[in-house]
Design a protein around this ligand. Sequence first.
Ligand code: PEP
Ligand code: MG
Length: 753
Amino acid sequence: MLEVLRRIIQEVNGARNLDAALSTMVRRIRKAMKTDVCSFYLYDKEMETLVLMETIGLRTQAVGRVVLPVGEGLVGLVAKRSEPLNLEDARIHPHFRYFEATGEERYSSFLGVPIIHQRRMLGVLVVQQAEKRSYDDEDEAFLVTMAAQLAGVLAHALATGNLSRPLLADGQATFSGVAASPGMAMGEAVVIAPPADLNSVPDLVPSDQEYEITRLKQAIGRTRAEIRAAGERLASRISAQELALFDVYQQMLGEAALSKEVEKRIREGQWAPGALADVVRRHVQYLERVDDNYLRERATDIRDLGRRVLAHLQEDTPSTPEIYPDETILVGDEISVAMLGEVPREKLRGLVSVRGSSTSHVAIVARAMGIPTVLGMVDLPLHRLSGAPVVLDGHRGRLFVRPAPELRVRYQTLIDEELALGKLLEHEQDLPSETPDHYTMPLMVNTGLAVEASNLLKRRISGVGLYRTEVPFMITERFPGEKEQTRLYRDQLESFSPLPVVMRTLDIGGDKDLPYFPIDEANSFLGWRGMRVTLDHPEVLMVQLRAMLKASHELDNLYVLFPMITNVEEVDEALRLLDRAIVELKEEGAEVKRPKVGVMIEVPATIYQMDALAERVDFFSVGSNDLTQYLLAVDRNNPRVADLYDALHPAVLAALDEVARDAKRLERPISLCGELAGDPAGALLLMAMGFTSLSMNAPSLPKVRAAIRRVSWTEAKKLLGEVLALATPTEVHRHLEAKMDEWQLSHLMPPRD
Ligand code: PEP
Ligand code: MG
């Protein structure tokens, strides 16, 4: 059963268009279940109806004509209840409705299951049988599994407009994802393909077919040489049978086979990488379908060969363009912080990716740079977006591909309004962040990439609350040496001096990998991360601490912060290394002062260890991004659970309130440097809790300052009391929205639909 399922899914996934996918799906299901009819009904959200979209068994003229309101007919009932319906004699069921066009009167038995994607009804899958048959548990389980698997394929088709073509003009489509960095932008989609991934090669029409064919031949030639060399190297170490595989590879790559087909495809109008990907995909699909284990294995070989040839092709095809359009919206499967750095800032208007979520680190960096970003667009058809005009809405998490003129005009107005608001807020940016009843709330900035310490900025902040040292590490090709780091930190400390700069020791792991120090783990956010890595690698930590200390010489504005602390012992060990670094430097003749030291409160365990921690450190800094993910058990990087991730969840607010009170009792300053600090309503709550400073992305400063300057400390305190009494995240959001409305501050809140 599993094998059959796997093969059907593979075929459906591999189909070039949705029509082919649907037709394959119903045919294969009918065959696998040995039944008479298999049909698919699509749910139309606007009309609240189900439309017969594909069938094998019913009359094909009925396709598109049979339309059932939700709740009506057996299919409508399945959709309404969102659960399977299994009837041996369907015709006696009170919901049975007969549609003449279908020829359905002949069928007695009925099994229907809903197709649901991320809680959204997409359609209903139905099998029917002429003679009475009670579909058994296994049948039902099969169809339910099938429906669950197909949900992703359908969601993708729906999102790309493939399924709702009559509603959309040619090529237009809307995609939704997780709003990751606010702002709106219009521009041209530039798709960046990860290296040698056959599935992410975009379709491009070549300007010179002969050139494409020549470079294909060169790439195949290089791959053949590579395989020959590998075969020779391994000749003495592997069996004759395994060695024979290398001959198979050579044959596959031979003139008559793969290369001829790819050449043909190029002549049909594809560039070399696209043609290769098409041909490989077709072979793989065919081989995976056959009932022969040996041949199925060959699918892996073809794929592997395809990847190798593609890697050679990509050697001379930069996967990212050399010249970016003036209004680039960068689109990719996964966008790394390093990729961000490759596009000239003045050309980069927005970011979109299939993976990631709002607290992925690329989102944090994008926010710091003020680039509208939407991540977690799981349904994005990368290969069809290259060069398309797009509108990106980073507030609502939307991407409009080939937008209609009216939509463009509407967005241009919204963009102009946002610019106008920015200008309006700018007027008060040099005024203190002080409430009308004279409570001062120090504001700081988070840095790492692209925050320039201009004199203008320095006047408006109380310092750097978080310098993420791992960010500059991500764009080098190896660990930077002590001298290099010293220069880097000196630059940061000097440019913000005399303001304090909180430098966090390397916080890698989770979704922050260094290209030269990959950490591959099943649960990376619960794994080897932050301090856990650097304590295991004291040589890395020592270099960093020494560099920080040296950089601060005579500036003395360095504060050191340790991330991902779980145990007090980790703090003791880190402090021991810090003291050792100071002694070492002294011995080398460099007189350095011991900086103030703090720990991040981001692993829930630390909430209960505040007393012990306070005995050891000078200040606390709450990492609300991680604290939220760990308290709620929601991976901050996973778009599927992005709706559950909420720093305003009552449990998170209660925890924050508690740590703020503890810090006060222990007479230790406590800052918050997660994304919550940059949310105007969140900032008011944190102020009321007693946080002694808030550190945020520079672009968030104007709105937060505006909120603080308009709401008194007394009002904020009252608001906090009300919010802490609420039980659900929805109530908290509603209450905050209502209050911000009442205070006429809703323009500071992110726009909603
Ligand atoms: C946090 O966890 O809130 C934080 C500030 O650190 P990072 O986002 O870099 O993990
Ligand atoms: Mg963190």
